[in-house]
Write a protein that binds this ligand. Structure first.
Ligand code: FAD
Ligand code: NAD
Length: 397
């Protein structure tokens, strides 16, 4: 009998943990396992705010797939998925190659949610991949260089961060750490640099613990970040942003951190989605498709109160592990286990040595203890991916 074909799309948190789980659980003769990813590396998305601001090297967030995949069990295809044909059970790559599957795992991650705001796609940066953060980092330096050539243009030294969710807050922390270094390097008066973090909701980090939000905004304000809360961005232009109040902020750099939606390939394939995410069943399968599993930011799951879980790496990892376990069970004629997330808390950085978090149910962490706990959580993830070797290589102690 021929081996069932398992095709995993995306080597992010969800797709990679599915693949590594199957690599560990299955013998090579039990399934034909293929992983497709745009690049031959995995990137640690949860660190991307650092290389984006220039406070950590870009290479640090990169893990080469050939160092963690077992070639005897996983067929890795470096390629970009163009479309999924559900009826034909095939996936087409931009190269023209077509791959067929018996079981499909979609882990293609997210893309920026722009809410149709004019000019965002064209004029704002977003933190989404190694290449996107390389662009942001280089652009920031370029703005300092441009200002030196034309000191009348102080707008080159103005930075707008659109959205004060976790991504916007973490990037604000890193950028405010980086600016003094750049001012020194380019001999620029630091008082000329402005960092605005602009948020539509009545508070930064909407829905998060009020004490921790207060702490985060205080720490960042002390580092020079100016918050404009309850102030939606209405338009982005080549010169900066226009706010719903009518105010225009001229800025050489706009980084959009206003939210994400599931990868557009999923909706284009005809799956039913909400903000690009598939409302999956208890086994993470797309409704009506017993052979299609969806993990990570492309999947939508709900808590007991019917509220959607936010798309996080923490959940994507657990989904990947559950999906691997269930696929192995299916192939061996066993029973699947429903997916139940086990939330371990939330930890966010506010720049070097600073952070906020909630762990162990309701324990609030402020400052260096949160930053330390975040490092421990990062280490645990690296250990899952590549054992002690990778954890030691990438540890940021
Ligand atoms: P991803 O990790 O985004 O991976 C998707 C993969 O698919 C990528 O490898 C990509 O290259 C590949 N891909 C995409 N399109 C194609 C295509 N067409 N063809 C082939 N391959 C493709 N969450 C937390 O829980 N904790 C945190 O501390 C945290 N910090 C964050 C910090 C930042 C700056 C950001 C931006 C997000 C953070 N998140 C955090 C959220 C977390 O990163 C995401 O929820 C997580 O990455 C989702 O995992 P995923 O597997 O769905 O997708
Ligand atoms: P988000 O949706 O969590 O936050 C986006 C923010 O932008 C919101 O506060 C929203 O009100 C604001 N916004 C939307 N439209 C706006 C407008 N027109 N003008 C101004 N502000 C606007 O998105 P995110 O921060 O990118 O996070 C995405 C996911 O990744 C979330 O699930 C988040 O929890 C997760 N994440 C987690 C961490 C962490 O745990 N440390 C870090 C980063 C991201």
């Amino acid at each position: 009998m021929s081996r069932p074909k398992i095709l995993v799309l995306g080597a992010g948190y969800g797709g990679l943990l599915t693949t590594l789980g199957l690599q560990q659980k299955l013998n090579y003769n039990e399934a034909e396992l293929t992983l497709v990813n745009k690049h031959d590396y995995h990137f640690i998305t949860t660190w991307l705010h650092e290389p984006a601001a220039g406070t950590a090297p870009i290479e640090h967030a990169r893990v080469d797939l050939d160092t963690i995949l077992d070639k005897t069990k996983v067929n890795f295809v470096k390629g970009t998925v163009k479309s999924i044909q559900r009826e034909a059970k095939t996936v087409t790559l931009e190269s023209g190659e077509t791959l067929s599957y018996d079981y499909l795992v979609i882990g293609l991650g997210s893309e920026p949610e722009t809410f149709g705001i004019e000019g965002l796609r064209e004029h704002a940066f977003s933190i989404r991949s190694l290449n996107s953060v390389r662009q942001i980092r280089e652009h920031i330096e370029y703005m300092f260089a441009k200002y030196k050539n034309d000191p009348t243009r102080t707008d080159y030294l103005t930075f707008v961060i659109g959205g004060a969710g976790f991504t916007g807050i973490e990037f604000s922390g890193e950028l405010s750490d980086r600016i003094p270094e750049l001012c020194k390097e380019y001999e620029v008066d630091p008082s000329l640099v402005k960092i605005y973090n602009i948020e539509a909701a009545p508070t930064a980090l909407p829905g998060f613990d009020a004490d921790l939000v207060e702490y985060a905004t205080r720490v960042l304000s002390n580092k020079g970040v100016e918050f404009k809360i309850n102030t939606p961005i209405k338009q982005c232009t080549p010169e900066g942003v226009v706010l719903a109040t009518g105010e225009e902020i001229k800025a050489g750099t706009v980084v959009w951190t206003g939210g994400v939606r599931g990868n557009g390939i999923v909706e284009a394939a005809g799956f039913e989605v909400a903000r690009g995410r598939v409302k999956v069943d208890e086994y993470l399968r797309a409704p009506g498709h017993e052979d299609v599993f969806v993990v990570g930011d492309c999947a939508l799951i709900f808590n007991d109160q019917g509220r959607p879980y936010p798309p996080t790496a923490q959940i994507a990892v657990q989904e990947g592990e559950n999906c691997a376990q269930n696929l192995a069970a299916l192939i061996r004629g066993g029973k699947m286990t429903p997916f139940v997330p086990h939330l371990q808390g939330t930890l966010a950085s506010l720049g070097k040595g600073e952070g906020i978090g909630i762990v162990f149910g309701n324990k609030k962490l402020f400052g260096s203890s949160a930053a330390l706990m975040k490092k421990a959580s990062d280490l645990r993830y690296l250990y899952k991916l590549g054992g002690v070797g990778l954890a030691l290589k990438k540890a940021k102690l």
